[in-house]
Design a protein around this ligand. Structure first.
Ligand SMILES: [Zn+2]
Ligand SMILES: [Zn+2]
Length: 194
């Protein structure tokens, strides 16, 4: 552990939280002298304290050890760059427009890479009044089903959740130019050419 980097990171995270050295010390069960020592680069927290520190600060243990946070560049919020992440354990769907580090259930997640939709995942599209009606010839059983669709434009994204046993169909409001994504539990994320 680099004492200077680690100390500087602890100090900046503590200030972000608005805690005094005494407050941080109390939360992790050390003396405020110990915290002051770390922050002056006169020592590093013992390995046994890393877990408590990472929980209090809500940062990775690896970040504490290296003394650097992997911070992203400012995100312009362009929805065209939206990436989808799916937790393999709990099934949570997460999205990001930046280069965020996304983790869930203790795992770091990689963005889903869309493939081009094949025939079995390409919808028929009908216009019904001011909506578009999408239907698919695709199974909707528990082992193999379409679990969400997303319509993406530069300033908005509509996510349509789908469930097994329901029809492989959904409606979206009629839209401008954009992209349609579809997630199949067996075949992964697909981009549908519209
Ligand atoms: Zn999860
Ligand atoms: Zn499929």
């Amino acid at each position: 552990m680099d004492q200077a980097k680690c100390g500087a990171l602890i100090k900046s995270l503590r200030r972000e939280k608005g805690w005094t050295q005494a407050e941080l010390a109390r939360r992790i069960g050390v003396t405020d002298k110990a915290v002051s020592k770390w922050e002056r680069a006169l020592g590093c927290p013992d390995i046994s304290l890393l877990d408590a520190l990472s929980r209090e600060f809500r940062v990775d243990m690896a970040a504490l050890v290296s003394g650097t946070l992997n911070e992203s560049k400012k995100d312009g919020g362009n929805m065209n760059r939206l990436k989808f992440f799916l937790c393999p354990v709990c099934g949570s769907l997460l999205t990001s427009t930046g280069r965020s580090d996304i983790s869930c259930c203790g795992r770091q997640l990689s963005p889903l890479a869309p493939a081009r939709a094949d025939e079995g995942h390409t919808p028929r599209v009908e216009t019904v009044e001011d909506e578009l009606y999408f239907t698919f010839d695709h199974p909707m059983d528990k082992e193999h089903y379409l679990s969400f669709a997303a319509w993406q434009e530069y300033d908005r994204v509509l996510i349509q959740k789908l469930y097994p046993e329901q029809d492989a169909a959904f409606r979206l409001p009629r839209m401008r130019r954009g992209k349609l994504f579809l997630y199949c539990t067996e075949h992964g994320l697909m981009q549908v050419n519209m």
